[in-house]
Design a protein around this ligand. Sequence first.
Ligand code: ADP
Ligand code: MG
Length: 245
Amino acid sequence: MSTITVENVWAEFGDQIVIENLDFEVKSGAFLSVVGPSGCGKSTFLRMVLGQDRPSRGRLLLDGKPLPDEPDADRGVVFQRYSVFPHLTVLGNVVLAYELGQSRFLGKLFGAAKRRAKERAEELIVAVGLGAHRDKHPSALSGGMQQRLAIAQALAKDPKVLLLDEPFGALDPGTRAQMHALIKPLWEQAGMTVIMVTHDLKEAFNLGTRVVAFDKVRHDPQAPGRYGARVTYDLDLTREGAVPV
Ligand code: ADP
Ligand code: MG
């Protein structure tokens, strides 16, 4: 189970309202795509779910319990440009992420647990198509390969929730299509809840089981800045009638 409840969440910075009263639930195992114009608060929302930013009002719950307001191993994240550790190899990066994820149960890993970390990291590296590159450093990889590494790293923590902030935005169309083919089965196998921010509508609809659009709705023309983004569309793509054509 990993249901996320967004309960009357606001984001305000000084007197600027960025997000105004988001109130919805993301069901366990859903793949939620979030779309909306640039600057409307999508990344701010994702950072709040990650625990990097705090809502100025309202609450975020995971399975009914408040999400810790520090990032933790329950939440994996991939940004548009992810800073993987440059001094570690592909394998080293994924092993480290796995160890961070496991250490919440076990503390520091030794012996068999350490071997298991390497095995699991190798499985994930193969799963994202980097099997031939496991001993390379990130600087030797293309942008698409670095995003694959970032995904392997996020999954190595065995997170309940995977947060993706325009993860494929910097990639060329061919690589992007490859990443779509990669992420869907990984999400299905892991049974995670995914929230992906994207400005690519095709990506939003192809990958998502639900698409939510944020937008700023002006309701007081005399008070510029005194309104924030709200949900303007909320489409459940698993319902009959919502079929791709
Ligand atoms: P999006 O990801 O939809 O393009 P963002 O969430 O990055 O939008 O930004 C939404 C707005 O929130 C922007 O106007 C940005 O300047 C503002 N904002 C985000 N974080 C902060 C912050 N820490 N302090 C002040 N303003 C912020
Ligand atoms: Mg953004």
